[in-house]
Design a protein around this ligand. Structure first.
Ligand SMILES: [Mn+2]
Length: 400
């Protein structure tokens, strides 16, 4: 059987909402043409409580896939605590983005209740094509520190007489070695013929317990990290030959550029940023471009002197731009930080400066309110927004 693995669609992802839906559709429509079944190891949705129009997008997509009626296998058996309502072989688990409190339905479960796919959380779903059986055990995304105990509690076993797949959605220490709570490859249950994971947004192909371990990566750009510059797509695994291939989709291109300030003025650095973006725009149609600026600006220049908004609007419609100035330093910045630490800017204390700023703004706005600016300042500087509004309203009420 040919099994397509399509992961982390993030339908409803606000920043690239159209890309997310278009690329999810592209991947799944290609997958139904070439595979006998589709596995989705989590994060179909970007949020645990998507808006109704986002749920509608997903329903329309999965209903269209079912109506294409191309997948060559069907669900023959289901063993688990839940229930499924379809024989149509799209098998999924919820990801970390869809996770809800125990006993609460997540949006993936809604698609399963509607019979548009099979939620195989903590369950085994067996699909059949002629005499061949493929069994999929699924574990939805759980808090990292609970994975080991969940695996012990569930002790998933391979299904006799089938090609067995273990599907989950979790961080793995060998891939992301920075958190001790992440599980290791060796923690995964033995006896399965293929391990399929979501959660990590770039492609991983390795071996666990002597068997293939595959992560296709997300179908949409989300984190704007170095490793996301490759083409998006999905994996098709052949259970007979044990070979697999990555099938690319026409995903939006992402380019990460770096600019070194080298003690130049803000306007020189701005023009270097502009050239970096132009290079990307010349190479790709409407790419996502992230420019990371590092180094030090000329003395007297500050990061805020770089006209970012102007740069972004210059390329509007030709590229989606993100400029990261967090690694850029200004000469004399150290001194100013010391002053801020000492609670002083110039000869003024931070508090005096804040008060002066507020007075300026009030004057500019033509403020003639009944609360004196000193009182207003102390309310605003000492409370959170909601509390400040409440305090001001109470004060006004008292004065009436
Ligand atoms: Mn994800």
């Amino acid at each position: 059987m040919k099994i397509a693995i399509v992961s982390d669609l993030h339908i409803g992802y606000e920043r690239f909402r159209q890309d997310a839906l278009r690329q999810a559709r592209m991947a799944l429509e290609k997958a139904v043409q070439v595979a006998d079944a589709i596995l989705i190891p989590g994060d179909i949705f970007d949020k645990r409580a998507p808006k109704p129009d986002v749920i509608a997008d997903a329903i329309n997509l999965f209903r269209d896939l079912r109506d294409l009626n191309k997948l060559g296998s069907e669900i023959a058996e289901f063993r688990g605590p839940g229930s499924i309502y379809t024989k149509f072989p799209i098998i999924a688990v919820p990801g970390t983005h869809e996770r809800t409190a125990a006993g609460k339905e997540n949006p993936l479960a809604l698609l399963s209740l509607a019979g548009l796919l099979a939620d195989t959380s903590e369950s085994t779903t067996v699909i059949k094509k002629r005499s061949e059986k493929v069994a999929v055990f699924g574990l939805g995304g759980v808090p990292e520190e609970q994975v080991k105990s969940e695996l012990q509690r569930l002790s998933p076993l391979p299904f006799p007489g089938a090609f067995n797949i273990f599907m989950f959605h979790q961080s793995i220490y060998e891939i992301l070695p920075f958190n001790d709570s992440f599980i290791h490859y060796d923690d995964l249950p033995e006896g399965f013929d293929l391990y399929v994971c979501g959660h990590i947004h770039n492609r991983i192909e390795t071996t666990v317990h002597g068997k293939p371990f595959l992560i296709p990566g997300s179908t949409v750009l989300t984190q704007l990290k170095d490793k996301e510059q490759g083409k998006k797509g999905f994996i098709v695994f052949d259970t007979e030959t044990l070979a697999w291939e990555f099938i690319e989709i026409d995903s939006r291109n992402f380019v990460l550029e770096t600019v070194e300030a080298e003690g130049a003025t803000a306007s020189k650095v701005a023009s270097s940023i502009r050239s970096a973006i132009e290079k990307a725009v010349d190479s790709y149609d409407n790419p996502v471009v992230r420019v990371v600026v590092s180094g030090t600006l000329e003395k007297g220049s500050e990061a805020s002197d770089i006209a970012l908004q102007k740069l972004v609007s210059e390329f509007s419609g030709r590229a989606e731009i993100e400029i990261d100035l967090s690694k850029l330093e200004s000469e004399g910045l150290g001194e100013r930080i010391d002053q801020i630490r000492a609670g002083k800017l110039g000869n003024m204390s931070i508090k005096e400066m804040g008060m002066a700023l507020l007075l300026d703004r009030l004057k500019a706005e033509g403020y003639s309110g009944r609360i004196d600016p000193q009182t207003l300042f102390s309310i605003l500087s000492e409370s959170k927004k909601e509390e400040a509004i409440k305090a001001v309203l109470e004060l006004l009420e008292k004065e009436k």
